[in-house]
Write a protein that binds this ligand. Structure first.
Ligand SMILES: O=P(O)(O)OC[C@H]1O[C@H](O[C@H]2O[C@H](CO)[C@@H](O)[C@H](O)[C@H]2O)[C@H](O)[C@@H](O)[C@@H]1O
Ligand SMILES: O=c1ccn([C@@H]2O[C@H](COP(=O)(O)OP(=O)(O)O)[C@@H](O)[C@H]2O)c(=O)[nH]1
Length: 954
């Protein structure tokens, strides 16, 4: 196992995973590996595909699949069973049954897997964050009912009838807190949090199930009871996590790594105990916990269900689900800020997290800024093209949307009508008579800016001393995450400040700060919201901040003023607030002064503005908008898939086998290998040569490689093999097997170079990372290695300049992925392919009756069009059989003229491999020997993996 694999595979004593799901290989590694090589050793040795996992506790987990799945463990297990209690032994047997059941499913799945999806999904499980393939657990997840075992854990039944689709909401915590008292009895308390009320509206649309952690470790023997109770009484489905695991995952990774960084708080490199702050054990626990959640979802998922994943605790979950359920509808909502790329890039596992969430169909944020940062991060960190609508990643479009959450106004209306609340309001009015009440309601979290608020009060009381005995700050500081060092520090710092200010400005009759370091019951909170004159939200970052909304709901009578930090998400919606920068203590103090001195009329106007917003943009509205958008994007996705299906290899090979002369037009960079700006980095690997030479070895096949590189480079790469070559995107052509290149550029004018090169040079000097590739006929300006945003921006500028300059020159500007190309007018890949066909005709070669064309999505449109048009006129052309068949296949899902698509480069390579295996292999060995010799000149120094591949071939 490589060091990399070790990093991602969780410790066996807590949770072990096969690396098929958690392995992240670099592009180069993947490119050089064969399908078999990319699979972990354990899986490679098996006669069937496995994506399964094994947990040491043996419960619920998907099993791993050793070489002899049933017998290898048997002796050891039997021995263990003899030593176990009867109950534990029964549980063990049941877990075994479940494992076998899943294995059966996998075997059936493999049997059915014949499309390219299933082939290249094996490649993809390591090459990308997620891959699209058929659900391995399709049979087992079809059912939502559980068979009671009577003794241990439930096992999943496979045979119940399917009901209509349901919504599965997945969040870290269930809305029900489960506790166990000293007598061993369980208690279930439903919370009335924001998400609970938000989802009320969606509940009316379809059946609903909430999946999450019950907040405590549940004894395995009692899990069935807890699960059934939650399911029946609360529509909840628990994800069981041990306390140790929860500590590492929730406190360690979620709240001590992701939370601070997403809120712009830098990570210290070491904690106070001298441990690394970002420790891989936290990441492993996070991955393992996400995997646990995926298992739980798969147990209750049925085809057609919608899955809505909530928040930063579960960033990996969309990809874990997508791997198993290709067509699943997944929404993801981030409740906290998404930071700028300069902060996000600090996270050591930044790519993995992005790849995880990008498998969702819709990713929602509270504000435009968060969405903008996310898109920018996708471009900068993963090098993906993004638009305001979303990001395309491995042929899956992740839509991005802005959905500011709200609250449930009715909850507050009802509370305010409650006579107990009214009585409490009365009491508080009397208690604070003659004073202005400032209110702060925060968890005692460093993001909430509580010290900022206290310092501002201190400033106010110093500067406007007339208010010294007339204002009181009621600060609710709900203890939170008290095990974490930073929270402990904040708590003592806050206590000190409160003591100092109360000591400085307090009297026997009056303390300026009433500090309540505990959570309040809802009724008390509503009463406080109602009597307050000013609410101060001074967060230094806050995803949204619901407190600001709740205060507004309770201020219909008083028309109090809201002071709101511009760093809270709600500041972007609540324009009736006084918006402040909490870091500017004086500004905050002045805002408090302005608020307590504000005339009623002005307060009324501001309040109505706020009230209108809060009562229309409710939690229910938020949930419904998100859900409707999810439904729309998924419908659109499915329509697109229908119009451009995934390449069906079985059908291609069948159609190919009927043909006597086949043409394979294969674009090289972008289709068969990941594009790089420097040609030297894109040498074909041994795997490429092996596959392509095998394809060429069949006398019925004509293989043509198409590239933008020069003929010298193509000769270096492929010159030793009987392939046709098209260089400089059509400028030079070498017909299969021939030694000579034909030049297809008619104009010999080259003066344009002198005129245009200085312009390219000018932009290159001003675009770090950009470079000019000069070729015989054409020139390419590459910006792949430049800053993605700046590079695109410069490319647009350059294109405008060039377009103007080229209008009277025999050259045209073509824009391609991460490059601009200056090519003589009238020459293109399609014109050259057309020429090739006519050369073949003139040379009276066999009539082509099958053509397979592979190209990168949009940039190959002209080629696909040509093939379609040639196909249309086959009957008039002697070069084609009257029955010529053709398939245009795009690598990527954006092409409009292709007949089918392949997800990515790895999939394309796997597909060509498959096609090559349907050819004669008589001459493959001699070609390979030639390649090995050729490589010894081309590949210096050799990369480790290419040497390894070569050795395995030799
Ligand atoms: O205590 P936790 O379980 O770790 O959760 C912390 C809080 O998370 C949620 O707040 C976040 O979402 C809110 C609604 O979208 C948003 O207003 C806030 O800015 C986010 O931090 C949750 O709503 C809180 O109850 C939790 O305390
Ligand atoms: O004693 C308290 C104080 C606050 N809250 C609730 O906690 C939530 C805080 O949400 P917000 O979005 O403002 O901040 P978060 O704590 O989620 O970061 C609000 O709904 C408050 O009503 C509560 O339940 N008990």
């Amino acid at each position: 196992m490589s060091g990399k694999e070790e990093d991602y595979v969780c410790r066996r004593d807590t949770y072990s995973t096969s690396s098929a799901d958690f392995e992240y290989a670099s592009e180069n590694e993947v490119e050089e590996q064969t399908v078999q090589e990319t699979l972990p050793r354990k899986v490679r040795n098996m006669s069937f595909k496995s994506t399964s996992h094994e947990r040491s506790d043996g419960s619920e987990g998907l099993s791993s699949s050793p070489e002899s799945p049933v017998t290898a463990e048997t002796q050891e297990l039997q021995k263990q069973r003899r030593e176990m209690s009867p109950k534990a032994a029964q549980e063990e047997i049941l877990a075994q049954i479940q494992r076998l059941q899943l294995k059966l499913t996998e075997l059936r799945d493999v049997e059915n897997a014949s499309s390219v999806g299933s082939h290249h999904s094996q490649l993809n499980s390591s090459s990308s964050g997620y891959s699209l393939h058929r659900p391995n657990l399709e049979v087992s997840v079809r059912d939502t009912s559980f068979q009671q075992t009577g003794t241990g854990e439930s096992i999943v039944s496979t045979n119940s009838a399917k009901v209509g689709p349901k919504l599965l909401v997945v969040s870290n915590r269930l809305p029900v807190t489960v506790t166990k008292d000293n007598s061993g009895a369980y208690h279930f308390n439903m919370s009335s949090g924001g998400l609970v009320s938000a989802l009320k509206g969606v509940k009316s649309l379809m059946p609903f199930l909430w999946i999450g952690w019950p907040g405590t470790e549940i004894d395995p023997n009692e899990r069935d009871y807890v699960r059934n109770k939650l399911r029946e009484d609360y529509s909840c489905f628990p994800v069981f996590i041990t306390d140790e695991q929860a500590n590492l995952y929730y406190n360690g990774f979620c709240n001590d790594v992701l939370w601070p960084l997403f809120h712009y708080v830098p990570l210290p490199i070491v904690s106070s105990d001298g441990e690394r702050k970002f420790d891989f054990k936290y990441w492993q626990a996070y991955s393992a916990a996400n995997y646990r959640f995926a298992e739980a979802v798969l147990q209750v998922y049925q085809d057609g269900d919608y899955i809505w994943v909530q928040d930063y605790h579960l960033l990996l979950l969309p990809s874990l689900l997508r791997r198993r359920l290709r067509d699943v509808k997944i929404g993801f909502f981030l409740h906290i800020p998404f930071p700028t790329s300069e902060v996000y890039r600090i996270i050591p596992v930044r790519k993995e997290l992005l790849q995880g969430v990008l498998a969702a169909d819709l990713i929602g944020f509270h504000t435009y800024d968060y969405a903008r940062h996310f898109l920018s991060v996708c471009t900068r960190i993963l090098g993906l093209e993004s638009s305001p609508k979303g990001v395309n990643y491995h042929s899956h479009f992740a839509h991005v949307g802005i959905f500011p959450i709200g609250i449930d106004p009715n909850t507050f209306h009802r509370a305010l009508e409650d006579s107990n609340v009214q009585q409490r309001i009365q009491e508080l009015h009397e208690r604070f008579m003659g004073k202005k009440v400032l209110l702060g309601v925060d968890r005692l979290d460093y993001i909430k800016g509580v010290p900022h608020k206290l310092l501002a009060l201190e400033w106010l009381l110093t500067k406007y001393s007339e208010w010294m005995h007339k204002v009181v700050l009621v600060q609710i500081a709900v203890p939170t995450r008290t095990e974490i060092e930073e929270y402990k520090k904040l708590s003592s710092q806050t206590n000190e400040l409160v003591g100092r200010i109360n000591g400085k400005f307090g009297t026997v009759d009056h303390s300026p700060i009433m500090f309540i370091n505990q959570s309040l019951v809802f009724e008390e909170l509503v009463a406080l919201y109602t009597v307050a004159d000013v609410a101060i939200v001074s967060s230094v970052r806050d995803g949204m901040n619901l407190v600001s909304y709740e205060f507004v709901m309770c201020q219909q009578a008083n028309k109090g003023v809201l002071i709101l930090s511009e760093f809270a998400g709600s500041a972007q919606s609540l324009s009736g607030a006084i918006r402040v920068n909490p870091w500017n203590i004086e500004e905050l103090a002045n805002a408090i002064y302005e608020a307590i001195s504000m005339p009623r009329r002005e307060r009324e106007i501001k309040h109505w503005k706020l009230y209108r917003y809060v009562t229309t943009h409710t939690a229910e509205y938020w949930a419904k908008s998100f859900f409707q958008e999810l439904d729309n994007v998924v419908k659109h996705r499915d329509e697109l898939r229908l119009s451009l299906p995934l390449l069906n290899l079985k059908s291609v090979t069948k159609r190919m086998s009927n043909a006597r002369a086949r043409m394979f037009l294969l674009e090289y960079e972008g289709s068969l290998c990941h594009p790089k700006s420097l040609a030297e980095l894109n040498n074909p690997t041994t795997t490429h040569i092996k596959i392509l030479t095998r394809l060429c070895s069949d006398p019925r096949n004509i293989v043509v490689i198409i590239s933008g590189r020069s003929k010298t480079i193509l000769d270096n790469w492929f010159g030793n093999y009987p392939m046709g070559l098209i260089a400089e995107n059509g400028c030079d052509l070498k017909v299969n097997g021939g030694a000579e290149w034909r030049c297809l550029v008619s104009s010999s004018e080259t003066e344009w170079r002198e005129e245009l090169l200085p312009v390219l040079q000018y932009f290159t000097e001003r675009t770090p990372g950009a470079y000019i590739e000069r070729k015989k006929h054409s020139v390419t300006w590459h910006f792949r290695d430049a800053d993605p945003e700046f590079g695109s921006w410069q490319a647009n500028e350059l294109q405008l300049h060039l377009a103007e300059l080229c209008s009277n020159l025999p050259v045209e500007v073509n824009s391609g992925p991460k490059h601009l190309e200056l090519r003589p007018k009238g020459v293109s890949r399609s014109t050259t392919v057309e020429q090739l066909f006519s050369i073949l005709r003139d040379e009276k070669r066999t009539m082509i009756d099958f053509c397979f064309c592979l190209g990168v999505d949009r940039s190959s449109e002209d080629l696909f069009n040509l093939i379609h048009s040639l196909k249309d006129k086959v009957t008039n052309d002697m070069n084609f059989s009257p029955t010529m068949d053709s398939i245009c296949c795009a690598v990527g899902l954006q092409s409009t003229n292709a007949d089918a698509y392949i997800q990515d480069v790895d999939g394309a390579l796997a597909a060509i491999r498959e096609l090559s295996s349907h050819t004669s292999t008589i001459t493959v060995d001699s070609h390979l020997r030639a390649h090995t010799n050729a490589l010894s000149h081309v590949h210096k120094p050799r990369r480790r993996s290419s040497i390894r591949n070569q050795q395995s071939l030799e």
